[in-house]
Write a protein that binds this ligand. Structure first.
Ligand SMILES: [Zn+2]
Length: 66
């Protein structure tokens, strides 16, 4: 499985449809529509939902900044 952020092939499966990237230190899930939801992993191991299609979210944040 490729990491959606860095494109690394090192992303390993940690659960059904759930993967972990050792480069980005993020987890991501792929749903039945092939939408990828990315989770940032906090220091205490909790997951923070970064949303589906992170590029769009980054775009939205840059829009808000301006
Ligand atoms: Zn990655």
């Amino acid at each position: 499985m490729y990491c959606p952020l860095c494109g690394s092939v090192d992303a390993g499966r940690v659960a059904t449809d759930q993967y972990y990237c050792w480069h980005c230190l993020i987890e991501f899930r792929v749903n039945s529509k092939n939408q990828i939801t990315i989770y940032y992993v906090e220091d205490d191991g909790s997951l923070v939902d970064m949303g589906v299609n992170p590029e769009e979210k980054i775009y939205a944040q840059s829009q808000k900044a301006t």
